[in-house]
Design a protein around this ligand. Structure first.
Ligand SMILES: [Zn+2]
Length: 324
């Protein structure tokens, strides 16, 4: 059994990342294909099945080498049947039978979970979680995703919507509108989109000059990376934005930790590449708002698997749900 391969699939709105992974969580081969969202996303499972066939023959193996497929999808999952309730990015507007379609197209067993949950499982298995069984992962990308792991497994909740950390309300009265329909969600502040939005507001309201304003004047826009780079350089305007992000993120993480007291909170996604300028400021606010015993025992760190977390976590699902 342990010589068998696990297939991890990370299904995103623009690319589908796939990998053959061994029982120790090591990637043997990885590749990606574009996501075809035309025709209401109906080609996606066929594309995955064909791509796996091609890759297996390319490396001289057959399906008998494979134990099963784990797939992380960008939407809430019905765990009873492996359906995705909806995935707007993929064109799946109604409940979509991802597990059953992919099983019939590949003739392999399939396990489905949410993409943020898979990233969390990946970090738990071979990443920054370092084997910890109680971790919370927060993905700071275009949006803010979350995965909560307690006792070594994902918390799904009643309808698959547990871990929606991006939609913790950070600003109770007002705040910017969120894609979910509410306002003032953490995602409107701590995502790359939110950080840029706040910087644009600061640029408009403040008269301060500096590196960030120069970049804006030259390029007509700023990126989240520009903002962190400028803050690292001592730019006051950029530092104001980073302070706001760190305040709201640190407070949200403290509230999560006060509830769960995880061993680790892992920050991943593009924004987490800002590194210590973000981590130090978030940790400071986290310490301020967390219960003293939590502050001493819960550690915040940056994810280490990068884009591989999703495929590794999806493979973990195969190892732990199909192999047993
Ligand atoms: Zn929201």
């Amino acid at each position: 059994m342990t010589e068998k391969w696990l297939i991890g699939v990370d299904l995103g709105g623009t690319t589908i990342k796939m990998a053959f992974i061994n029982f120790y969580g090591e990637i043997l081969h990885k590749w990606e294909i574009p996501t075809d969202v035309s025709n209401e996303g109906k080609n996606i499972t066929t594309d995955i099945a064909n791509s796996i066939d091609e890759k297996l023959s390319e490396v001289g193996k057959t399906k008998s080498q494979v134990l099963g497929i784990g797939i992380g999808a960008p939407g809430p999952v019905n765990l009873d049947n492996g359906n995705i309730y909806e995935a707007v990015n993929l064109g799946w507007k109604e409940e979509y039978p991802l597990k059953s379609l992919l099983e019939s197209e590949t003739t392999l067993p399939v396990v489905v979970d949410n993409d943020a949950n898979c990233a969390a499982l990946g970090e738990m298995w071979t990443g920054a979680g370092n084997g910890a069984g109680d971790i919370v992962c927060v993905t700071l990308g275009t949006g803010v995703g979350g995965g909560v792991i307690t006792n070594g497994d994902i918390v799904h909740g009643k309808s698959g919507a547990a871990g929606e950390i991006g939609h913790i309300t950070s600003i109770a009265d007002g705040g910017a509108p969120c894609n979910c329909g509410k306002t003032g969600c953490l995602e409107t502040i701590a995502s790359a989109t939110g950080i840029v939005r706040m910087a644009m507001e600061e640029l408009k309201q403040s008269k301060l000059n500096g590196r960030l304003r120069s970049i804006f004047n030259e390029e007509g826009k700023v990126s989240a990376k520009d903002i962190f780079d400028a803050a690292r350089d001592g730019d006051q305007l950029a530092s104001t934005v980073v302070d706001k992000v760190a305040f709201h993120l640190g407070m949200a993480l403290a509230n999560i930790a006060n509830t769960l007291n995880p061993e680790k909170i892992v920050l991943g996604g593009g924004v987490s590449r800002a590194g210590s300028i973000l981590l130090d400021a978030v940790t400071e606010n986290f310490q301020r708002f967390s219960f003293p015993r939590v502050a001493k025992s819960t550690e915040i760190s940056i994810a280490i698997l990068g884009n591989d977390a999703g495929v590794i976590g999806s493979a973990w699902l195969v190892k732990n749900r199909i192999a047993e």
